[in-house]
Design a protein around this ligand. Structure first.
Ligand SMILES: [Zn+2]
Length: 317
């Protein structure tokens, strides 16, 4: 999805992009119901591509998973300046609910639910390897610091055990610095639908990668003005049911790793706030997939002998 002017927030470019998405959908062969992909510990870098199967799913590395059937999350208390905080939290709640207690095709119910905590002061995508944590959903109204992916609507960073794929922490950031997100149900007023965007990100939050199925929530592209990705598609249902089966024997534990904290103990140093202006004129070409064209390793950490890595939902060149 070439979407070089996506940062202009709206308008004809966005609509043209929507048409391009639709055309791609028509070209796609009818996809099977289980085309979904799992995120894995394999990280594509500029020097190395992760091998993939015919569906584009990574075939290398351990598959990511939460070792619990319920996960807690919290929204940053500042929300986003253009939207009512309570309304915003209600939308965020819906996006987690979309993936909760999902009815599977075989009559079972996926073993995954979420607990919403009170809003937190933490406004940073971060994992504290020696201290308490919070899985936070936050909005970057003025500082989208991820160079090269400022055409991206949102980014989910997942920290996991590099050997087992066990997820330790996940944080979602919404790029409201460069995009006008909306929460309206009025089709004439929808710009970048927050519910659709975050339903996709919650999929990454639980370890689902991009799906080749153009009807899936986890399809890598978002058509501006669309609300269809608010609801799970059979492919997304197959994903959560496959990763978190009812009979998986996993207990519920909403406590973040090392305990819960509403604060980030490593405040961002001042002076790092200058970002590329949105009008810098950089063309992202094929990167311009709105929800990110792939999974890009952001950083690696080590603790004891096991390394952990943050996985982001961003674009790649
Ligand atoms: Zn994505």
């Amino acid at each position: 999805m070439v979407f070089p002017e996506q940062r202009t927030k709206r308008g004809s470019v966005g609509r043209r992009a929507a048409a391009a998405v639709a055309a791609l959908g028509l070209l796609a062969v009818a996809s099977d119901a289980a085309a979904f992909c799992r995120s894995t510990t394999c990280r594509t870098t500029k020097d190395k591509e992760c091998p993939t199967d015919a569906d584009g799913c990574s075939t290398d590395g351990a598959k990511l998973f939460w070792p619990t059937s319920c996960i807690s999350y919290a929204t940053n208390r500042l929300g986003t300046s253009d939207l009512d905080p309570a309304d915003t939290r209600a939308i965020i709640r819906k996006t987690f609910q979309a993936w909760s207690d999902v009815d599977c095709a075989d009559g079972t119910v996926a073993a995954m639910t979420f607990q919403e905590r009170e809003p937190v002061s933490c406004k940073k995508s971060q994992y504290n390897k020696t201290g308490p944590n919070v899985n936070v959903v936050l909005f970057q109204d003025s500082n989208w610091k991820y160079r090269g992916i400022d055409g991206t609507l949102a980014k989910t960073s997942v920290t996991y055990n590099d050997e087992t794929g066990e997820i330790y922490d996940a944080d979602i950031e919404v790029n409201t610095a460069n995009n006008e997100v909306t929460i309206t149900d009025d089709p004439a007023k929808v710009q970048y639908d927050l519910q659709a965007i975050l339903t996709h990100e919650v999929g990454h939050f639980i370890g689902v990668a991009h799906s080749p199925d153009p009807g899936a929530v986890m399809f890598a592209s978002y058509s501006p003005g669309s609300m269809t990705q608010r609801e799970l598609h059979p492919d997304d249902v197959a994903a959560v049911c496959g990763i978190y089966p009812e009979n998986g024997g996993v207990a519920c534990n909403t406590e973040p790793r090392n305990g819960f904290s509403a604060e980030c103990d490593d405040p961002e140093p001042k002076g790092l706030c200058s970002v590329q202006p949105a009008s810098s004129g950089v063309s992202y070409g094929a990167l311009a997939i709105v929800l990110g064209s792939g999974l890009v390793a952001a950083r690696a950490r080590r603790r004891n002998n096991a390394s952990m890595t943050s996985l982001t939902d961003g674009g790649r060149r």
